[in-house]
Design a protein around this ligand. Structure first.
Ligand code: T4K
Length: 369
């Protein structure tokens, strides 16, 4: 048995399958700039996700930055968001010249609490950027109602939610747009990569301009864009991994079932609530230690001593990052529920090929057996 276990491990096709997929790239010498693999993956994803438009990016963060930029919001506008997330979410807002206003999360699934959004809306509020954290769906219906009532834009950070469905509809389909991350650590990866999913036909040209220098032809540049294109090797990895996605999710489901079986009725150990009407992708397995015989940090250290690297996703909260210290909206004390969970949550190792013996070993260590 392999003794070292990380929080996750990239899903990969066989080497032969990938080599076969990239053979045409070798032959053609066409490596990037929206070639055939890029087009193929885009079409396959539009079909799989049931959305009219998918734009592919070099990574999820640039996808999110570009999605927010596409809204063309007034500089200094306020964006209501969650601090219980990866650095990328808050950075994407700030790097667009906007001000993050941190809203607390709910206790059930750690997503933004829609009941608290309205009290944060001011005449400077321009958008909401919620996060389907761990692949848990936000309350998309309530968020939609609030957005419509106040005329706000909504971009979902769906970095964790590829393969998740709410009432049979893909996480790609909510808000003005949704962003997926296809990073190596995700349920579906393109090595690095990301996507914006959207319905607005006018965005097709705009997003293209943003991610390819605004170039319309060899002698025509119409927009001050940057470069955020997914390359052909990333896209080829995506084409391969998409073939195995269902099987990967099914394997993860079994691992999660075993974790739940072992940890669910233990006093002081709290598991992520199972969401109604949601088909999960089993992206992460967060466990909250509250009133347990060991603290979160003790469990973390105990596992580490045995070569098991669980992670404290998402501690610290982004509203307590050093780089936001001088922001008027910063401060973990302003989002006490998020802070409560950030101090107590540990995401346990979870990936398709994690064997059940190792899941049992991890549970035995946590339970002190
Ligand atoms: N929004 C949210 C809510 C996000 O969580 C993220 C990214 C984004 C936006 C931005 O999307 P991207 O621009 O990243 O596409 C990792 C990932 O780098 C990051 O994608 C992810 N969220 C975040 C939650 O986790 P680290 O710093 O924890 O990763 P790292 O390098 O420590 O890797 C964790 C484990 O994964 C390793 O111990 C082993 C395994 N691993 C890692 C790599 C790099 C592999 O098996 N293969 C690999 O290639 O950030």
């Amino acid at each position: 048995m392999d003794n070292k276990i990380s929080v996750t491990r990239s899903s990969m096709p066989s080497l032969d399958e990938y080599v076969e997929e990239i053979r045409t790239l070798w032959d053609s010498h066409w490596l990037t700039n929206m070639g055939t693999k890029h087009k193929q993956l885009q079409t396959e994803l539009e079909e799989y996700l049931g959305i009219s438009h998918v734009a592919l990016y070099t990574n999820g963060h640039l996808a999110l930055e570009n999605a927010i930029a596409a809204l063309n919001l007034p500089q200094g506008g306020e964006v209501i968001t969650t601090p219980f997330t990866f650095a990328s979410t808050t950075h994407a807002i700030v790097r667009n010249g906007l001000v993050p206003v941190f809203c607390d999360i709910n206790e059930k699934d750690y997503t933004i609490d829609p009941m608290k959004i309205e009290s944060l809306i001011s005449d400077r509020t321009v958008a909401i950027v919620p996060v389907h954290v761990y692949g848990n769906m936000c309350d998309v219906e309530k968020i939609d109602k609030i957005a419509k009532k106040y005329g706000l834009k909504v971009i979902y950070d769906a970095a964790h939610a590829f393969g998740v469905k709410y009432k049979g509809i893909s996480a790609a389909c909510f808000g003005d747009a949704s962003m997926f991350s296809f990073h190596a650590t995700k349920v579906f990866n393109t090595i690095e990569g990301g996507a914006i999913c959207f319905k607005n036909d006018n965005w097709v040209q705009l997003l293209d301009d943003q991610k390819n220098f605004g170039i319309h032809g060899p002698e025509s540049v119409c927009y001050v864009g940057g470069n955020a294109k997914m390359n052909e090797f990333q896209a080829a990895m995506g084409v391969c991994n998409l073939r195995h996605l269902e099987c990967e999710i099914a394997k993860r489901k079994k691992i999660v079932a075993r974790y739940r079986e072992r940890l669910s009725s233990v006093e002081g150990i709290h598991l992520n609530a199972i969401q109604e009407n949601v088909e999960s992708n089993y992206a992460y397995f967060p466990v909250v230690f509250d009133g347990y015989k060991y603290t979160r940090n003790e469990v973390y250290e105990m596992l580490l001593e045995e070569g098991i690297m669980a992670r404290k996703y998402f501690y610290p909260l982004t509203n307590s990052f050093e780089c936001y210290r001088n922001y008027p909206t910063a401060g973990a004390e302003k989002t006490p529920i998020a802070q409560h969970f950030a101090l107590r949550v540990l995401t346990l190792p979870l990936y398709a090929d994690l064997d059940l013996e190792n899941v049992d070993r991890i549970c035995d260590l946590i339970l002190g057996n």
